[in-house]
Design a protein around this ligand. Structure first.
Ligand code: FCB
Length: 449
């Protein structure tokens, strides 16, 4: 008996990203991305791993779509590699690169799977970084031009678009902490990047509207849950700073047309240069908000901790523990985050565009992975999403991260997030226990106990 039922048109899917699965980094005219440059340098990625081959999806795409169909996915979220389409980031189009995504979209539609395409999942063309990257305001037009090229080719068939994935990672990991490419540590460049990512989003949405396409366009961001470590004024203020720097600095300009005041004051001279009219471009209506959720963090004030003077610690729900990434498992945080978005932004349509976990798992002698911890993780988060819907959140779909094990950025191939196991030496795919379980969820459109 189905105990938790989802609405009829609810979209069940799985997600991936270009650099994490495609491989073929220098084939068919693809240009270099900042992730190629970074991962090819020694000691930047665990174990010296790179995305050169990854899951070899570029060559195995047709079989991968067959696999998605076997799993019963209703939708598939992927990203388009900017350097595959425009090797120099702008100028000459690489037709072979665009053809690859064209074939992917057609294969998905033939399999009755709704394509959901993200334009920017972090793999900026290196040529554009060489011209200043995201802190250079010109990039907002380069991004809009890239978006136009992709919309013109795929806009008639792709139902759901996202401009960026998790822009805070680009801005902060890449330009403030320097732990992701381009490896810059400068708060001012990071906050300028935030503003340019948002402006580039707005310009791309304008291009989409001008083209009269019939799909929906939004932005995918990480909306984790943040709780103060105590009721003290200091901890609550620190928590508010973290929330504003992580979530509100993106959500507010997009959906309220302004930057969060408290944070802007706190960062002082690091605040970005904003031109008249920018916020109107950024805040023009978008069709949905993409929400990635993995964990909840407890925040305490700490005078020694960086720009925000805040200490962050993972929260694990009782009996839930931590994933292999050290991320606390707290499904209630997903409900809390969705409810916060509903209240703060007047109930926007939402898709959960990523949710999942890396666990320590070893295939048995037949190559099968019994990842029951992933089943529990997904089940409890799906339940938490349903709770939010019952409280009025306009949730339209849910994507597991990830369809298959893949290149987990600076962690390399160690952490495995997939529903499908990938044997990297052979690229062989084997659905795990969680994949079989998820197929049933999709089939029943809900959870059975
Ligand atoms: C998210 C990223 C995604 C993947 C998961 C684990 O932040 O969007 O590419 O790395 O984390």
């Amino acid at each position: 008996m189905t105990t938790i039922q989802f609405p009829e048109n609810f979209l069940w899917g799985a997600a991936t990203a270009a650099y994490q699965i495609e491989g073929a980094w220098n084939e068919d005219g693809r240009g270099e991305s900042i992730w190629d440059r970074f991962s090819h340098r020694p000691y930047m990625v665990s174990n010296g791993d790179t995305g050169d081959v990854a899951c070899d999806h570029y060559h195995r795409m047709p079989q991968d779509v067959v696999l998605m169909k076997q799993l019963g996915l209703k939708t598939y979220r992927f990203s388009i590699g900017w350097p595959r389409v425009l090797p120099q980031g702008r100028g000459t189009v690489n037709e072979k690169g665009l053809d690859f995504y064209d074939r992917l979209v057609d294969a998905l539609l033939a399999a009755n799977i709704l394509p959901n395409a993200t334009l920017n999942h972090w793999d900026l063309p290196q040529a554009l970084q060489d011209q200043g990257g995201w802190p250079n305001r010109d990039i907002t037009d380069w991004f809009a031009d890239y978006a136009r090229i992709v919309f013109e080719r795929l806009g008639d068939r792709v139902a759901l678009w996202a401009t960026h994935n998790e822009p805070h990672v680009i801005a902060y990991n890449g330009y403030a902490d320097g732990v992701f490419p381009p490896g810059i540590a400068d708060h001012s460049q990071a906050f300028q990047t935030v503003h340019h990512l948002l402006l580039a989003h707005g310009k791309a949405v304008q291009v989409y509207r001008a083209g009269g396409y019939k799909g929906q366009i939004g932005l995918v961001h990480y909306f984790g849950s943040y709780v103060p470590a105590s009721d003290s004024l200091e901890d609550r203020a620190a928590c508010q700073r973290v929330y504003e720097k992580s979530s509100a600095i993106f959500g507010d300009p997009l959906l309220l047309g302004k930057y969060p005041d408290m944070l802007m004051e706190w960062i002082g001279s690091h605040a970005p240069t904003i031109k008249a009219g920018d916020l109107a471009v950024i805040s023009q209506p978008m069709d949905y908000l993409g929400v990635n959720y993995y964990f909840t963090q407890r925040i305490s004030a700490d005078p020694h901790m960086g720009l925000l003077k805040a200490q962050l610690e993972h929260v694990a729900a009782p009996h839930m523990g931590y994933t292999e990434m050290g991320w606390g498992i707290n499904p209630a945080g997903l409900t809390a985050s969705l409810l916060d978005l509903k209240t703060r932004y007047n109930n926007p349509p939402i898709y959960i565009t990523e949710n999942g976990c890396a666990i320590d798992e070893t295939p048995d002698k037949d190559g099968f992975v019994n990842d029951w911890q992933r089943v529990v993780y997904l089940r409890e988060h799906i339940r938490a999403a349903h709770t939010a819907m019952q409280a009025g959140v306009d949730l339209r779909g849910y994507y597991v991260w990830s369809l298959m094990d893949n290149f987990e950025w600076t962690h390399g191939y160690g952490p495995r997030f997939g529903l499908v196991h990938v044997d990297y030496p052979t690229s062989e795919r084997t659905p795990k226990q969680s994949a079989h379980w998820y197929s049933k969820v999709i089939d029943q459109n809900g959870l059975c106990d």
